[in-house]
Design a protein around this ligand. Sequence first.
Ligand code: ADP
Length: 328
Amino acid sequence: MSLLSIQNLHKSYGDTRIFSDINCEIGQGEFVTLLGPSGCGKSTLLRCIAGLTDVDGGRIVLGGEDLIPLPPQKRGIGMVFQSYALFPNMSVAQNVAFGLRMQKVAKAESEQRVREALEMVELGDFAARYPHQLSGGQCQRVALARSLVTRPRLLLLDEPLSALDARIRKHLREQIRAIQQELNLTTIFVTHDQEEALTMSDRIFLMNAGQIVQSGDAETLYTAPVDAFAAGFIGNYNLLEADAASRLLGQPVSSRVAIRPEAIAFAGSGIAARIISRSLLGNVIRYRVEAEGCQLLVDVLNRSADDLHHDGQSVSLAIGADAIREVA
Ligand code: ADP
């Protein structure tokens, strides 16, 4: 049975419809990511679940309880924002204790729980510091501890890593995932970053223009995009119209196709192509090639200098039949 059930949820701002008819079920302990471009409605959906934004229709049920009549503080939900939203005039420990003070938890228990929460985010030694004495990543860990300490039934994370630099972001996403699994805490994570979504989630809900266009685990979303939007948003697919695909593949194709860049290989013989440019992405070299009037991206592992092709060079391409996906 699902912990969170969202049924026929509607939301407009004035005449602008943000989403209509959102439906989803999330199980106890699941880590679900809402992934989609900026403005597609991810934060609004999260804020509706938290009770920070009113809905126009539909139901949100958590553990069998209808959330819509409840104010945010009665929902048993923790939320972390991109901006940390720490109180600057309070110490780390006071920030983390804030929710417990609101719940009138006794002092000794509160101190114990604050200590535990800070240890969980590896900030046990930082209790007496103030937010201005912390790095961005540390501030976000305080914000996380402040949510965890209230023992929420559901944790909502709204782009919590987006303001941090790449190295910290990677570390923190592993830390969040580890804590979430240790606590078996049902979590909804919002991001526009496909790598974050693919690496962290049990399940991804891909959103576009106020709709969930596809849901599934990372492998499903990566290997079987349902439409051109999904293919374009996840994994740099090459998208070809039917006539271009027919020319390239030398056989009739009736719909648009998506081909992943790493599913195309340079081969001794095959489809004649020419290198337009190349860029080094670290362990991968990404070539832009031209073949049969189509431009394609080709990703190959960066193994040795001998493998390098130069701009203008003629090459042959091999494309595995199973790598070619028809998309709507
Ligand atoms: P995302 O989180 O996917 O970037 P949002 O949920 O923040 O998207 O926003 C979805 C749409 O709702 C956007 O077009 C945004 O401009 C609009 N929107 C968000 N908040 C408000 C508001 N308070 N009033 C009017 N429009 C809003």
